[in-house]
Design a protein around this ligand. Structure first.
Ligand code: GDD
Ligand code: MN
Length: 390
């Protein structure tokens, strides 16, 4: 990691430019920045994730002799927020500014952001589309709706009044970054929301600018970015109490109860409910029950795979067969654990002196459910969706 040397006075501003497939845009932006920043001591840090269009090489060749333009080419990581964090980590500036590299952010707003941080004593300054002087320009209706929903949800859930908490254009004071970097979850696109959420005492100002349309390349915003945003809102607000992964897992589990019932109903409808068998002890074979149970295991698996554990999801037919096999085995184990715990407690008369029947029985049953759920969760996190698997 680079350290600032004492012979090097700290630049007034470091501008971090995350790039992925912006080869056509980056030279244009660098030239614009050189002129906007000419009155400052500055550095520009391009953080590229090994773009196939060689954005990193284009940036390196833009002004090879200018030490103020630094390029990081990351081979091992992907993601907008984590690129911003890595850029900030090696930045020397007093003010750390971030902007998109696709020319959608108006570089002429940079001096106002820098002044807010370095002169006016704000800790976070936001290039904002939602305040006076700002606008979404010709941004599509659907994207505007996504932005509006995200901002409104953030204002409802967090004690913030910021109009554009999803802005990718902002500046933060060096110390504020340093003090909160360990608490930041660098997943997805909502790095600004993280900084605001984790620094509730920070003085924040919004500075209007007009959002521009992309000329070259395309957006990398996706469904998973939106999912990560919602998780981040939850984490910033409630993450201290219950982890968001467990919360999602529990919600999927609850949905499984409904699927289970629906499957039982469907199974009866299909005539699986009472197959006549002349086996000892079994007059009716209740196939609607295993049908409902299995349906809920399948839906739990797929919902967990695509929502709860999205980052570690199994892909393709074989990947999913393997994941499902593990999940199925763990679910069966859960069945045994729940039953075993209940049997053990109940037959030993646990709680029988404290609660009257049938409450003791139900309490024991509930303890079995909770223990089975906890062990299943533990096993699924560590085996089915083990993040360290190769
Ligand atoms: N290094 C790196 N790695 N950079 C990335 C990655 C990545 O995985 N994904 C995107 N970028 C860069 C892009 O090259 C671009 O410079 C910037 O991050 C923004 O990406 P876009 O794909 O253009 O995002 P957008 O325009 O759809 O989203 C904008 O608006 C959102 C809110 O509406 C951005 O400003 C977001 O930050 C903002 O949340
Ligand atoms: Mn963009």
């Amino acid at each position: 990691m680079t350290r600032s040397k004492s012979s090097h006075p700290r630049p007034v501003v470091s501008v971090i430019l995350p790039t992925y497939k912006e080869a056509a845009n980056i030279p244009v932006l660098l030239a614009k920045l050189q002129s906007v920043l000419s009155a400052y001591s500055y550095e520009i840090i391009v953080v590229d994730d090994d773009s196939p269009d060689q954005t990193w090489a284009v940036a390196e060749n833009f002004a090879p002799d200018d030490a103020r333009i630094r390029v990081i080419r990351r081979l091992d990581k992907r993601g907008l927020s984590s690129a911003v964090m890595d850029g900030m980590a090696i930045a020397h500036g007093q003010c750390l500014a971030v902007m998109d590299s696709d020319l959608q952010h108006d570089e002429s707003a940079l001096p106002a952001l820098i002044q807010a941080i370095n002169t006016d004593g704000y800790q976070i300054a936001i290039g904002s589309r939602g305040v006076d002087g700002g606008s979404y320009g010709d941004f599509s209706k659907s994207r505007r709706f996504i932005s509006w929903t995200a901002a409104t949800m953030a204002r409802l859930m967090l004690p913030i009044t910021v109009k554009d908490p999803m802005s990718g254009f902002f500046a933060i004071a060096r110390d504020t970054f340093r003090n909160s970097r360990d608490r930041i979850n660098p997943l997805g696109f909502k790095i600004l929301l993280e900084f605001i959420g984790r620094n509730p005492a920070a003085r924040v100002v919004e500075i209007g600018y007009q959002f521009r349309l992309r000329l070259h390349g395309e957006t990398k915003l996706s469904g998973s970015v939106i999912r990560n945003y919602l998780i981040a809102l939850y984490d910033i607000r409630f993450g201290r109490f219950i982890s968001s992964t467990f919360m999602l897992y529990a919600m999927v589990g609850a949905s499984g109860v409904f699927i289970n019932f629906a499957g039982f109903w469907l199974g009866n409808l299909l005539g699986l409910g009472a197959v006549q068998r002349s086996l000892p002890l079994i007059g009716h074979l209740e196939l609607a029950a295993p049908f409902g149970i299995e349906l809920s295991i399948l839906s739990n698996y797929f919902l967990n795979n695509y929502i709860t554990f999205y980052e570690f999801r199994h892909r393709g037919l074989w990947g999913n067969m393997r994941g499902l096999f593990e999940f199925q085995a763990i679910s069966m184990l859960g069945f045994l654990i729940q039953w075993g715990v209940f049997q053990l407690l109940y037959s030993n008369g646990f709680l029988i002196d404290v609660l009257m029947e049938p409450w003791a029985r139900y309490a024991n049953y509930l303890i079995g459910i909770v223990i089975a759920m906890a062990t299943n969760y533990y096993l699924n996190v560590n085996f089915t969706w083990n993040q360290n698997r190769s």
